[in-house]
Design a protein around this ligand. Structure first.
Ligand code: GLU
Length: 329
């Protein structure tokens, strides 16, 4: 039994190890510093994880290093808002259009609809978070943490120093919230909404966690190891659609073209990506390019997609060496 297991695992493990070896000495990119706490990351951190929908796990490098989830949280809070509000009501508050603007841009908030473009940019994410239901801030935070725990399969915590660091310096996000309050796109206590947004961004995860979360999305919302339904499967299509079109900052179009699977990245250096019905893949490496995407992460995914053919439009043609590698007896 053990011998069979090893033989099944070997191709994908070898693949991850060769990618780690290929890019571990790459030194380009810079750490995010606009949230002071993020500048303390080690630029050498580099982890790769794959978790399949049938629960196989493959890891290389710094996969147990904790870091704050940042923008990747937007995917999961969007799923929660879909459950709380339903697709049509949520669409009235937050659109699904890619912007072509930086993630923290305010420019388009004052245009026609006053509706933030999509839930993957900060304005849309803050509006989405402001919709999360709960009697008071504690209940809303607890619901949000419970949601992350369903995806990850263990207790999760907010990194308080990063939360406070961002709350002290998040003036652009505060400005967006005020503009949206002015336009009636968000209601209620915006300081409480901002706190919840800064807290969701400061949830601590590892690269392994991101791969499990992505695998849960790949598996119609069901955690492949615990069997917990993390989100209603009716909303997986919506979540993956906005990840596909809006998940990679101003590289979203090129990502869709070159890599071709739904993904989300964050300024702490994580990228998670979903190969539907097959696996979740995560890379963690803090140095970022000018768009805010992990430099090593982009290289790894571009090589994986090119060499192993998991671009969605390759999958539809039945060509997927990645699937073959995962299933190899
Ligand atoms: N907490 C960060 C912010 O709102 C998240 C940015 C990101 O990861 O894109 O600025």
């Amino acid at each position: 039994m053990g011998a069979n297991y090893r033989i099944t695992m070997a191709p994908i493990q070898a693949l991850l190890e060769s990618l780690h070896h290929r890019y571990r000495d790459l030194s380009s990119g810079t750490l995010a510093s606009y949230i002071p706490q993020l500048a303390k990351a080690d630029p050498q951190w580099f982890g790769l994880s794959v978790v399949t929908v049938d629960g196989q796990c493959f890891h290389v490098g710094d996969v147990a290093q904790q870091f704050t989830i940042q923008s990747i949280s937007k995917v999961f809070v969007y799923g929660m808002a879909l459950e709380d509000y339903g697709r049509d009501r949520l669409l009235k508050k937050v659109g699904v259009e890619p912007t072509g603007d930086p993630f923290n841009s305010l420019i388009r908030l004052d245009e026609d609809s006053k509706r933030p473009d999509n839930p993957m940019v900060n304005a849309g994410a803050i509006a989405t978070t402001s919709l999360i239901t709960g009697a008071d801030p504690t209940e809303r935070l607890n619901r949000l943490l419970a949601m992350f725990e369903r995806y990850i399969g263990r207790e999760v915590y907010v990194d308080v120093s990063t939360f406070l660091s961002e709350r002290d310096t998040g003036h652009r996000n505060r400005a967006m919230a005020h503009l949206m309050l002015n336009f009636g796109m968000i209601n209620g206590d915006i300081e409480a909404a901002l706190d919840l947004y800064f807290q969701q961004c400061a949830v601590l995860v590892t690269c392994q966690d991101l791969a499990v979360m992505a695998a849960t999305l790949a598996n119609q919302g069901c955690h492949p190891l615990t069997g917990t339904q993390a989100v209603d499967s009716a909303y997986i299509r919506d979540i993956l659609s906005v990840m596909y079109t809006c998940g990679m900052y101003n590289f979203a179009g090129e990502w869709a073209y070159r890599v071709g699977i739904p993904a989300k990245s964050g300024v702490s250096g994580g990228i998670l990506a979903v190969v539907p019905n097959l696996a979740g893949i995560a890379v963690f490496s803090p140095p970022l390019d000018k768009n805010g995407n992990s430099v090593r992460g982009l290289r790894v995914f571009e090589d994986l997609s090119r060499e192993y053919g998991f671009h969605l439009f390759d999958l539809s043609l039945g060509r997927c060496r990645f699937r073959d590698a995962l299933q190899q007896p």
